[in-house]
Design a protein around this ligand. Structure first.
Ligand code: FAD
Length: 510
């Protein structure tokens, strides 16, 4: 018998709508339009509304969804993000002097297949340029507050890699419009009960206004509530707080001091005594949040740290969010798969929430069984997603365990017992050679070897190549390339438009 399979997505935050739009578009693109997809969301519960910074994969996703870049920028108050600038992470400020380094999205220049990294490592530490500035022009461009592309350049491409900062609530609204235009059904209602059949699969969800709803596949996008995967199916949550300590954020939205205040095209991440502060420049507003470990800092102190960052004139309305770093090892169980916060959350550092949603949505679309057992892909899906979480844990921990800051939070982060074994092994190897692409298995990675290089060398990690110096004889050629990067960077900083200027131009063209 020919019967259309149906998907019910419970939850209408970034996870719910991105997954819905992705699945609908994937089915349309592959000519399999017969599936029915419904998103059910509760306006009373609402969405978490944070998650303003993304990773470059978002460009491919938006392009695939058929969302126009300029429209996206206008409708979500978006700005361009070229990376993250880390302040006071390597060392605590002394006499008001801060340390900085940039983690840009652009990979280090790799001329003629030869890596510049050994040559940078072998330069004299006292007078060499910071790593990111030496190996890519993006550092100069971003520091000069220039955009990564020119006006009217092709959508989603530019001379430099980039992602966006956006307003999460506005993104959910835009994705709602796109998904419904692709045929996704939208119900506003609340799930009160999840019923299981005799095999422990979901047989139906019971709602307030729409009665009992049935589907072949249920996608749990209910955020931290995890109504289906957690409450009903009891998927075990694996806490990872022994490695990642932060578990609270206090957030605020503040206007710019002046309408023409500088608009950074990177996220600013400033370390404090027990965590860090994000500072994200949206169009018209700054989103700021103080992330901290409740074991090392009280809520009142965190609020104080946030307020002193904002300065005496700001009177923000603050909001506190508690989270537990961890994930579910079984994210797909029988006829239910979790996407977004219901599947797991590590912490906001390096903006991995949306990127994990993109990965899960793409996998569900490709794996979706149009025939046969609906849980056929579960084992592989769970294997790939949990490997991704584990690898992200290593990358995030790298930021903390290399710091020289003296406070208890940072000392605890350097305790070898708090460093995952795989990361400890890699760090040992990287004392003698830089991170390589062969250190990583790309299908389960979010971050590449060069992302690791930017953090390692930004934090002041030493890879000692000096005893093998003679193995790197092309010093003259490398110096010429470093000089070229410097010159191109300076030229690009003049040629590319100002970041604020480009955002304003795109908005004016509505
Ligand atoms: P939510 O937005 O919470 O949506 C849950 C949905 O489920 C809502 O629509 C709700 O109404 C619905 N719902 C719940 N229960 C029911 C029910 N019983 N019946 C019907 N509907 C129901 N990610 C990034 O990529 N970059 C960042 O910079 C970033 N920063 C973050 C900072 C913090 C402090 C936190 C906590 C997270 C951050 N994230 C970030 C993660 C990001 O916010 C989430 O990945 C993203 O917003 C997706 O959330 P969600 O859709 O899973 O959940």
């Amino acid at each position: 018998m020919d019967r259309r399979r149906s998907i019910l997505i419970v939850g209408g935050g970034t996870a719910g709508w991105l997954t819905a739009a992705y699945l609908a578009k994937f089915l349309e693109a592959s000519g399999q339009g017969a599936l029915t997809i419904t998103v059910l969301e509760s306006p009373e519960i609402g969405i978490i509304g944070v998650g303003e910074a993304t990773f470059p994969t978002i460009r491919t996703t938006l392009q695939f969804l058929g969302i126009d870049e300029a429209r996206f920028i206008r409708e979500t108050s978006a700005t361009f993000k070229q990376g993250i600038r880390f302040t006071d992470w390597a060392r605590a400020p002394t006499d008001g002097r801060q340390s900085h380094f940039l983690h840009p999205f652009e990979a280090p220049l790799h001329p003629d297949g030869a890596s510049l990294v050994p040559y940078w490592l072998l330069q004299d530490e006292r007078d060499r340029a910071p790593f990111a500035e030496a190996v890519t022009i993006q550092a100069r461009v971003a520091e000069a507050r220039r955009a990564p592309k020119r006006p009217h350049e092709d959508a989603f491409t530019g001379p430099l890699s980039y992602a966006y900062h956006f307003d999460a609530a506005k993104l959910a609204a835009l994705l709602t419009r796109r998904a419904t235009s692709l045929g996704v059904r939208h119900l506003q209602d609340q799930v009160r009960q999840v019923q299981l059949d005799e095999h422990g699969a979901i047989s139906q969800v019971v709602t307030d206004a729409n009665g009992a709803l049935e589907a072949d596949l249920y996608i749990d996008c209910t955020g931290f509530r995890a109504e289906l995967i957690g409450r009903a199916l009891k998927a075990r949550f694996k806490p990872v707080s022994r490695w990642l300590f932060t578990d609270r954020a206090v957030t605020a939205k503040v206007p710019y001091a002046q309408p023409d205040a500088p608009l950074e095209s990177y996220t600013i991440s400033t370390a404090h005594e027990a965590g860090w502060i994000w500072d994200i420049g949206l169009n018209g507003m700054r989103g700021i949040g103080c992330v901290y470990s409740s074991r090392h800092m009280s809520d009142e102190r965190a609020e104080g740290v946030l307020r002193s960052y904002l300065g005496p004139d700001a009177e923000p309305v603050t909001r506190r969010i508690a989270f537990e770093a961890g994930y579910r090892e079984r994210q797909w169980i029988k006829n239910c798969v979790a996407v977004g916060l219901s599947a797991g959350f590590l912490e906001p550092l390096e903006s991995t929430g949306v990127v994990l949603i993109e990965a899960a949505a793409a996998m569900i679309a490709e794996f979706f069984p149009h025939n046969g057992p609906i849980d056929a892909p579960a084992a592989r899906f769970n294997e790939l997603m949990t490997a991704r979480y584990d690898n992200i844990i290593n990358f995030l921990k790298l930021h903390y365990c290399l710091s020289q800051r003296p406070e208890p939070f940072w000392l605890d982060n350097r305790d070898p017992a708090s460093i995952p074994e795989r990361l400890a092994q890699l760090l040992e190897q990287w004392r003698y050679r830089p991170p390589s692409r062969f250190d990583f298995n790309l299908d389960v990675e979010t971050f590449a070897f060069f992302n690791y290089q930017y953090i390692l060398y930004g934090m002041g990690f030493r890879t000692d190549l000096t005893p093998g110096r003679n193995d790197f004889p092309n010093v003259g050629a490398a110096e010429k390339v470093f000089a070229r990067i410097r010159a191109y960077g300076e030229r690009a900083s003049q040629d590319l438009p100002g970041h604020r200027e480009l955002i304003e131009q795109i908005n004016a063209e509505a």
